[in-house]
Design a protein around this ligand. Structure first.
Ligand SMILES: Cc1cc2nc3c(=O)[nH]c(=O)nc-3n(C[C@H](O)[C@H](O)[C@H](O)COP(=O)(O)O)c2cc1C
Length: 178
């Protein structure tokens, strides 16, 4: 848990459609680069984020299973798009559509990860908020963290299956609606 962690204020922050929030991490998810848009919206100075785990901006409303899916995908060398509710230093929050990819060296070994985040589709955020609340509630039913995570993942997979689409198709269809 970071020394900066505030209580959520419930107040939302926004960034512009033409802005991209960028960060890069080492293979363990510690921040090695953050652009000015990242620092501005998250309310941190560069020195405060460098070498910190990316969970620095984790919002407690985010279900753990979403990050499990993210790490499973990028550690396997794949990319992922995900809706993420992030928390600024003062506890305000902001929604992003994150694209996370592995960075490789000339031998194709993963040397870190890279994330670009854009303003998400507002209708999609409304739907995702409901889904994430359900997943979080599912995880919270279990005292044991591992069991909670497994239950969250099972609920997420059930939701994807019910949609009749893959996870990626679901995200893209949410993003292109409205
Ligand atoms: C490149 C990259 C970008 C990430 N971006 C975010 C982010 O914007 N917000 C976030 O909460 N976690 C992000 N994560 C995931 C965190 O590393 C972490 O898994 C997550 O915050 C959950 O933290 P916890 O496992 O300590 O609860 C990112 C990871 C990587 C590799």
């Amino acid at each position: 848990m970071s020394k900066y962690k505030a209580q959520p204020t419930g107040k939302e922050r926004f960034f512009k459609d033409n802005e991209i929030i960028v960060s890069k991490t080492d293979p363990k998810g510690r921040i090695v680069y953050a652009n000015d848009v990242f620092l501005e919206i998250a309310g941190y100075k560069e020195q405060e984020v460098l070498e910190q785990p990316h969970s620095l901006i984790r919002h407690p409303d985010m279900p753990r299973c979403v990050f499990q899916l993210l790490w499973d995908r990028i550690q396997a060398g794949d990319e992922i798009f995900a809706y993420v509710k992030n928390m600024a230093k003062n506890g305000d929050h902001y929604w992003v559509l994150a694209h996370v990819t592995p960075s490789r060296d000339s031998h194709n070994r993963i040397i870190g990860y890279h994330s670009n985040r854009r303003v998400p589709n507002r209708e999609a955020v409304g739907k995702i908020e409901g889904l994430y609340a359900q997943l979080l509630a599912e995880e919270a039913k279990h005292q044991n963290k591992k069991e909670g995570l497994a239950a969250g993942l099972a609920a997420l997979n059930a939701f994807i299956e019910e949609s009749g689409q893959s996870y990626d198709e679901l995200i893209f269809s949410l993003e292109s609606q409205g």
